[in-house]
Design a protein around this ligand. Sequence first.
Ligand SMILES: NC(=O)c1ccc[n+]([C@@H]2O[C@H](COP(=O)([O-])OP(=O)(O)OC[C@H]3O[C@@H](n4cnc5c(N)ncnc54)[C@H](OP(=O)(O)O)[C@@H]3O)[C@@H](O)[C@H]2O)c1
Length: 336
Amino acid sequence: MKAFEVRNSFGIDSLTLVGKPEPSPGHGQVVIMVKAVSLNYRDLLIVKGLYNPKISLPFVPFSDGIGDVVSVGEGVSRVKVGDRVAGIFMQKWLFGEVTEEKAKSALGGGGIGMLSEYVALHEDGVVHVPGHLSYEEAAALPCAGVTAWHAVVEHGVKPGDSVLLLGTGGVSLFALQFARMSGARIIITSSSDKKLEKARALGATDGINYRSAPDWDDRVLELTGGAGVDLVVEVGGAGTLPQSLRAVRMGGRISLIGVLTGAEGEINPRSIIMKKIRVQGIFVGSGEMFEAMNRAVSLHRLHPVIDRVFPFEDAREALRYMEGGAHFGKICIRVN
Ligand SMILES: NC(=O)c1ccc[n+]([C@@H]2O[C@H](COP(=O)([O-])OP(=O)(O)OC[C@H]3O[C@@H](n4cnc5c(N)ncnc54)[C@H](OP(=O)(O)O)[C@@H]3O)[C@@H](O)[C@H]2O)c1
């Protein structure tokens, strides 16, 4: 079988197509013929050696993949040959709270990666995916979908709440869809007026161009009558957090997810205290959350927003395209 490995050094150019033996299922395992994978910003950071430079080379990257089960090992009872399944981002975080051990089981971080024609996973580490989705749409779910679900739905967004989303990447557009499903008002920022138009077509109530309006937090306050929003889905990190703290209401929440503008910065704790803001770090989510999200995705016939699908051989181009930031929603690769 074919797979991509990051070989002798980190970097997009080191991503190399290699031949590897096809896996066979061990006890409790299923072998999946991978049909599609989706890219996450984490994959880009991992390939470039910026996420965890201690990962030993070579390794197969990418956390999110979906495919058909082609064989099952002894003792497998939940999954059968022919089922369409996706790998859970953290193979051992099935339910309850996350622990260090569960966090270490994340796919695409040096252990098992999905940028491969076949993978073997434990049956507990896969979930069935909604039947109305294409392979590419389903491949978008494991990281970006579950993270947005965790940030919005698991954190109790209610009809009438206001939610601020930063940018129009994979996580933010899933958050838009789940916030809309929850009946919330959605304010979204973007560097592009065209992307804001598309976000409005998906149900965003208000759009702010953070390039032409760098004081976007003031605009959010204006739009909410000076009060601020109930929830910020924070994917920007150090460069946006101070403004997110201004844009959230007293007693509001910030789901802290991403580091698009960097991970190092200074935070003034005063506003967190004086506004009684709840800042909650989010690290994707559990298999239980994945299944709850899939039920909602099926019921509401929701389709993830796919920007572009690349052929398998063009994995490097797909990463460079993500690096360029022109995308709206998810970038996918068709594998088999
Ligand atoms: N903690 C977790 O569990 C978890 C899970 C998933 C992702 N993440 C993190 O969340 C972040 C987003 O991930 P993703 O996969 O959604 O990335 P993505 O699809 O690559 O999103 C990129 C988009 O972010 C927007 N952006 C960039 N700089 C911005 C800024 N200064 N202000 C507002 N928006 C900005 C841009 O939108 P416009 O083009 O519209 O300007 C850009 O297109 C990353 O840092 C990722 O590592 C964390």
